[in-house]
Every structure is written in structure tokens, then in C-alpha cells.
Design a protein around this ligand. Structure first.
Ligand code: ATP
Ligand code: MG
Length: 729
């Protein structure tokens, strides 16, 4: 069989990996070095040269999109259908196994998958039945707890609670939730993996069958596997399976969701002997983009360490744009995108990346105004997010008590003891009398149709809305929005959710307030009548939102891609905008106090930069109205960690250009480089506080201040001139 076509267009190292003798292999390599390409060609090689059966191959990647692409590429190479091959995500494959072996897995044949929303609702119900106070123990926190336990492979009974009330409470919720799921044949996402891992452990025959079948296991994006995925893989491989793991320690960005970067390190031990292949030639980006990425990631400690190079020319300098505010930043991006399209480029080639979902709204608006088609990838558009819909429903209800959809949405959000039964009876009454649900509540109360308890809760709700409407009568739109998210309890309710999720929802609600301010301030939407009353302003705002979301739904055809940095993993685009390069935003403020998190943020920045093939813009705003407030953030430290001679400052319209960093804005406020011997991430020793890691610095010379995170006493600001720091590495 002629296998040369499989080896064409591979460099020597890649070929080495593709043709490695059958056994375990680890390909660690930087971004754009052809890892995914190697994986695909390896599969083709196994089938054609090693005569492996397509049925004996199991390939795992991170997203469904990546899996579909992988199949396509294999079929192209082999010119045969690969239907019998298992190519998918960990979740997809686990699901398939459980469907095939429901009996052995202890599930009913028609078991149901719970999506994230379903899961939350169920856990809420469990907690209500347990009489747990939702104010004190937000259900989302319980969801987070349960999922992380499952990701670590722990059943409720395995949770060590001790005398920690947090653990004890959540362990009990987990127990009850588990029982309910078992009774109802319900399986959440984390359960898919946990249960199929247990399937391996408990059904020796079945495991033996699959171990015989899958001789070849291949995993892409290996750095982001979590504990249970790793364990699953290890058991399946057993003594006979051959695993090729492909990954990049510098692109590990899911630590916050339980991914274990150590899995890369563990692999060489657990799967020994392992042939390790490193790839260093990058085929994606220009020299300048690559140099920037290399220099940035070099700041991280504890790396496997690798340097990328390219045969490609240096290419353009990396452009830095400093907007005077976030609207200006967004306008700049839309303008440059338009320029790209006018120059014959496709909108598809353009990616706008951001750290946090709340940033997307202003960017979306700028694209809409410029009439550039865009798609939000791997995320929900701003006005379609749950918390935003909730807030809008309150606003709608304040305007129109008889809006039933709004009523239904928020009558018990946040929870106020108005249960499904009550809502059902209100709905029934409204239907039979042909009145609104609001009206039905009033009549039901007047006629004594509810129990006293229910009547009092419903009365409270009606009064809340009436009061909110009365109080906000004179307010400007953004004040009204702010008052609304606070007084309704939504802000409290959503921000109590644990982890990134809660933070994101809180930020989005704050962002809604900004949207309202801009709406009235003429910045986003042209006003037709500046003298309108605020009440009709609210109405106009709500209508505008509804119209917008209709428009946006219909978008199809080639569009610019907008997504968070996290969802950009593995993808590549000719033109990339990395936006919001500001301290507090990126790196995110949540990460400032934890050195480990800063490194994860830096890896995220590395992922962002290395998505770019030809052209890269780094943008930031001097002021930003992000969370309902104007913030004045310093430019991101990441801007300064890139060698300044690779950067070039640009102005709107591209008119003025000068080298960045000479008299650029960042240099003025952040004279990091002037502190001799101190750099971000460096480990130092202080006579009194002990060892720590430099987080950031401010000012210059003797007066400079440095923030250091000490292992024993936490983060402290010190004067550089007096601290007498000893550098440790
Ligand atoms: P990431 O870390 O971002 O996932 P990766 O290491 O998986 O990147 P690929 O996506 O496989 O990299 O490859 C990056 C780009 O380089 C792709 O467009 C790919 O087709 C191209 N490429 C890889 N190897 C070669 C080669 N030997 N010759 C030509 N092009 C190549
Ligand atoms: Mg890849």
C-alpha cells in the first residue's frame, strides 16, 4: 500500500510522530505546530501502514466541532468512510457507551440526559424539599459542588465532610440529588463520565471487550483533561491499548473547571514507556506574532519549555490600539473589519476575542451599526442570557403589568415561595376568565381563592412590582435599571452563584445598566426625539432589544466570529483582535491575588495571540463602562510582557502610527522594566514575610511599589526601594 500521501506535507518531526512504532506517545508542542494535524495523520497511518481496523480506533477531542473536522480530514486523507471509527468528545463517547450498555450501567433503557438548566432546576427542587434556605445556600453553588465532586470521581458517599458545614450541607444535597436521579433515570453531564468510568471498574467482561477492541486511543488537547477523564482513559488503555496524547502545557486554560495540567506530566510515568515528540516549527503565524507569543509565555514558571519558530517572514508588526473608551475600541474594531472586507477579505477570517462575556455587548453593537455580519460563537448573545432576560422581564412588568411572559419569568425568580402549583392555578384562572395573570392574582386574592400563605406571598410580589414602578417614575433609564436589578433581588440572587458563572452573571447585570445609560446617552442608538419622557424611553429600550435579538437570530452566511478566549482554543484566523487588554479585565481581577491564576491568564493570552495567522491587533480602552461604573484600568501587563519592538501603536483610521512603548500610554503608567531585577511572576524572599511571587508593580525608581503574594501572609504592597528583596530565580 502506498502511504506517501499520508506523509506529504509533514515535517521530519511530525513524520516521526506519525510513524512512531505502535506504543504510547506524547506529543507536546506549542500552538500551531501541527499537533492536531499529526493526530489526524497518525490515524491514517495506523489504518494504512499498521493495518489497524478503523473500529479499533478511538479519538477524543475537545469540542464537537473539532471532532467533525477531524472526521472530515481523516476521510479526505484515506478516501474511505470512517463511520465505524469512534471520534468524539469525552462526553459524547461516554454517552454512547451508556446508551449501549444501560443495563450494565444500572440505568433504565430510556434514561434522560439533564442539561445544565435541567440540573439546576432539579437541585433547586431537592433543596426545597430539604428545607434549605436558598439565600444562604444558593442552588448554583450546590450544582458547582456536585459537578466538581463528580469530576474528581467522587460519589456522595465518598465526600469527606468532617465538621465543615459547607461540606456537610452540600454532601446531603448531593446524596438526595443522586437518589432522585437514580429513581428518575436522569443523567447529568458529569455523570456521563463518572458512570462510564464505574462501568469499566465494575464490569470486567465489558472492559475486557473494549480493551480488546480499542487498540489505539488518541487524545487531542490533552492538557485540559480532568481527573475523571484521565482515569477513564487509563483504565480503558489497560495493559494493551496504545495511547497517543497530544497537548500543550502552555495552553492549559481550564484549571478553574477541574482540568489537571499535571496529567501531561503524569502521562509519561503512568503510561511508560512513552515516546515523547516535540514539535517546534509553527505553520500558522508570522514571525512577529510568534516572537510575541514566545516572549510572553516565557514569563511563566514550571513550563515544559519549548520555543516555536517559523519559516514564514516576520510579517506586520502587532498593532496596538488604545481607545479612549470601550465604545471607541469597538468602533475601531468594526472599522478595521470593514476595511478587511473592503479589501476583498471574508468576514469569516476575522475573530474578535474577549476575556469576559460582558464585553461582547458593546462589540456586538458596533458590528450591528457597521452592518458587519457577525456570529457569537460558543456562547449566548448578550440579551439572550438568563440573567438579562430576567432583568428585562422585571422592567417589562414595571411598564406593563399584563405581560404574561414577563410575569411567568420572574414571579418566582429569585425564589419567593410561589411554587409551580400556584403559578399553574393562576394560569388556569387567567385562561378561564380571559384576563392577564397579574389580574388573575388580584381577583384570586380578592375572592379568597388562595390559601392565606400563598395569598400573602403573591400580594408581596404584586406590591414589589407596583412599588418599583412608582419609585422609578422619575428616574433616568439607567438608574431605573440599576434600581430594578437591586430591588428585585436579581443581583443578589445571581451574584451568589459560585465561581466564574456567578461572577459572569453579576457582570452582565452591571453591563445592562451600562447599556441603558448608553441608550439614553445617544452613544449607541441615534435618538429620534431627545425630549421623550423616561417612561417611553423604557418602552423604546425594551422594543429595541426585542427587535435586535430577532435580527441577530436570523444571521447566517459568512460572518465575523466573536468569542471568548476560552472558546477560541484550537482555531485559527487570518485577522485577530484581542480586546480589553487591561489590568482587572485581562488578566481578570479574580486572578490578581493568586499567582497560579495569573499564570493561567497568561496562558490564555498565549492562546489568544497564537490564534492569529497574519494580522494581530491588541486593543484596550482608557476608560470602560463595564460593570455599570466607569473604570480607569491600566493597560494589561501582558502588553508590556511582549517585546516592545514588535508593537506599533495605531490610531483610528490608521492615520498616525508610531512605535509603541516609546511614548506610548502603557509605558507611562507601568514602568515595570525600570525595576532592576524584578519581573512579574518572579520568586523573591523578604526578611520578614518570607517567600513570595511578584504580582505587579507601579511607579518607577525608589518610589515604585511592588505587589507580592507571600506564601505565608498573602498579597502585600511594598516599596521597591526599601523592601530589600532577594531574587530567588
Ligand atoms: P493548536 O495548539 O492551536 O491546537 P496545533 O498544534 O494543533 O495548534 P494545527 O492546527 O494542527 O496546530 O496546525 C496549525 C496550522 O498549520 C494548520 O493550518 C495546519 O494545516 C498547518 N500545518 C501544520 N503542519 C504543517 C506542515 N507540515 N506543512 C504545512 N502546513 C502545516
Ligand atoms: Mg490543535
Amino acid at each position: 500500500m502506498d502511504v506517501t500521501h499520508i506523509l506529504e506535507n509533514l515535517n521530519e518531526r511530525q513524520r516521526e510522530a506519525v510513524t512512531a512504532p505502535v506504543g504510547n506517545a506524547l506529543v507536546v508542542a506549542g500552538a500551531g505546530s501541527g499537533k492536531t494535524r499529526v493526530l489526524v495523520h497518525r490515524i491514517a497511518w495506523l489504518i494504512e501502514a499498521e493495518k489497524a481496523s478503523p473500529q479499533g480506533i478511538l479519538a477524543v477531542t475537545f469540542t464537537n466541532k473539532a471532532a467533525a473536522e477531524m472526521r472530515m480530514r481523516i476521510e479526505e486523507l484515506l478516501r474511505i468512510s470512517v463511520r465505524s471509527m469512534w471520534v468524539g468528545t469525552f462526553h459524547g463517547i461516554a454517552h454512547r457507551l451508556l446508551r449501549m450498555h444501560w443495563q450494565e450501567a444500572g440505568l433504565p433503557q430510556n434514561f434522560q440526559i439533564l442539561d445544565a438548566d435541567d440540573q439546576l432546576r432539579l437541585i433547586k427542587r431537592v433543596m426545597r424539599a430539604m428545607d434549605i434556605d436558598e439565600q444562604k445556600w444558593p442552588p448554583r453553588q450546590a450544582v458547582w459542588f456536585i459537578n466538581s465532586q463528580k469530576d474528581e470521581g467522587r460519589r456522595a458517599r465518598d465526600v469527606a465532610a468532617g465538621d465543615d458545614l459547607f461540606q456537610i450541607t452540600h454532601k446531603r444535597v448531593y446524596e438526595n440529588y443522586e437518589e432522585l436521579c437514580n429513581q428518575g433515570g436522569l443523567v447529568d453531564f458529569a455523570e456521563l463520565l463518572l458512570r462510564s468510568h464505574e462501568l469499566w471498574l465494575q464490569q470486567a467482561d465489558l472492559l475486557a471487550h473494549y480493551q480488546r477492541r480499542f487498540q489505539h486511543l488518541l487524545v487531542d488537547e490533552f492538557q485540559d483533561t480532568n481527573t475523571i477523564q484521565y482515569a477513564w482513559l487509563r483504565v480503558l488503555a489497560g495493559q494493551t491499548g496504545h495511547v497517543m496524547a497530544v497537548g500543550d502545557d502552555d495552553q492549559s486554560i481550564y484549571g478553574w473547571r477541574g482540568a489537571r495540567i499535571e496529567n501531561i506530566h503524569r502521562f509519561s510515568e503512568d503510561f511508560a514507556p512513552v515516546q515523547v515528540v516535540r514539535l517546534e516549527q509553527n505553520y500558522r503565524s508570522t514571525g512577529n506574532i510568534l516572537s510575541a507569543a514566545n516572549a510572553l509565555i516565557d514569563r511563566n514558571t514550571d513550563r515544559l519549555g519549548k520555543e516555536l519558530w517559523t519559516e514564514d517572514g516576520e510579517g506586520d508588526l502587532i498593532r496596538v490600539y488604545s481607545g479612549y473608551n470601550d465604545l471607541d475600541e469597538a468602533r475601531f474594531i468594526a472599522e478595521r473589519t470593514q476595511e478587511w472586507i473592503d479589501g476583498g477579505g471574508s468576514p469569516e477570517d476575522v475573530a474578535v476575542l474577549y476575556r469576559s462575556n460582558a464585553q461582547s455587548r458593546v462589540l456586538e453593537e458596533a458590528m450591528l451599526r457597521a452592518q458587519i455580519p457577525y456570529r457569537i460563537y460558543g456562547g449566548v448573545r448578550f440579551f439572550e442570557r438568563v440573567e438579562i432576560k430576567n432583568a428585562l422581564a422585571y422592567m417589562r412588568l414595571m411598564l406593563d403589568r399584563h405581560s404574561d411572559p414577563a410575569f411567568e419569568r420572574v414571579v418566582n425568580t429569585p425564589t419567593r415561595g410561589i411554587g409551580d402549583k400556584t403559578v399553574e392555578s393562576v394560569r388556569g384562572l387567567a385562561r378561564s376568565r380571559q384576563i392577564s395573570m397579574w389580574q388573575a392574582c388580584k381577583e384570586g386574592i380578592a375572592e379568597g381563592l388562595f390559601t392565606t400563605r400563598v395569598a400573602s406571598k403573591v400580594t408581596d410580589f404584586l406590591a414589589l412590582i407596583d412599588d418599583m414602578a412608582a419609585t422609578t417614575g422619575e428616574m433616568a433609564l439607567h438608574e431605573l435599571a440599576d434600581f430594578c436589578v437591586q430591588t428585585s433581588g436579581l443581583m443578589d440572587f445571581h451574584s451568589k452563584e459560585r465561581g466564574e458563572r456567578g461572577l459572569a452573571r453579576k457582570e452582565n447585570l452591571e453591563e445592562l445598566v451600562s447599556a441603558c445609560r448608553q441608550f439614553s446617552g445617544e452613544l449607541i442608538f441615534p435618538l429620534t426625539d431627545a425630549d421623550r419622557a423616561e417612561a417611553s424611553m423604557l418602552e423604546e429600550f425594551l422594543d429595541q432589544v426585542a427587535l435586535d435579538s430577532g435580527d441577530r437570530q436570523a444571521e447566517s452566511g459568512p460572518s465575523a466570529q466573536m468569542m471568548t478566549l476560552h472558546s477560541a482554543k484550537g482555531l485559527e484566523f487570518p485577522l485577530v483582535f484581542l480586546t480589553g487588554m487591561e489590568e482587572g479585565l485581562f488578566p481578570h481581577r479574580m486572578s490578581a491575588e493568586e499567582p497560579g491564576r495569573i499564570e493561567e491568564e497568561r496562558r490564555l493570552c498565549y492562546v489568544g495571540i497564537t490564534r492569529a495567522m497574519k494580522s494581530l491587533y491588541l486593543t484596550y480602552a482608557e476608560t470602560r463602562r463595564l460593570h455599570g461604573n466607569d473604570t480607569y484600568n491600566r493597560p494589561s501587563r501582558f502588553l508590556l510582557e511582549v517585546p516592545q519592538d514588535l508593537l506599533q501603536e495605531v490610531r483610528m483610521g490608521g492615520a498616525v502610527q508610531r512605535p509603541y512603548g516609546k511614548d506610548g500610554a502603557a509605558g507611562d503608567v507601568w514602568k515595570d522594566s525600570e525595576l532592576p531585577g524584578v519581573r512579574m511572576g518572579q520568586r523573591v524572599r523578604h526578611a520578614k514575610f518570607g517567600e513570595g511571587v511578584v504580582l505587579q508593580s507601579e511607579g518607577s525608581g525608589e518610589r515604585a511599589r511592588i505587589q507580592i503574594n507571600f506564601a505565608d501572609v498573602g498579597a502585600k504592597w511594598l516599596m521597591a526601594g526599601y523592601a530589600n528583596l532577594q531574587a530567588l530565580d
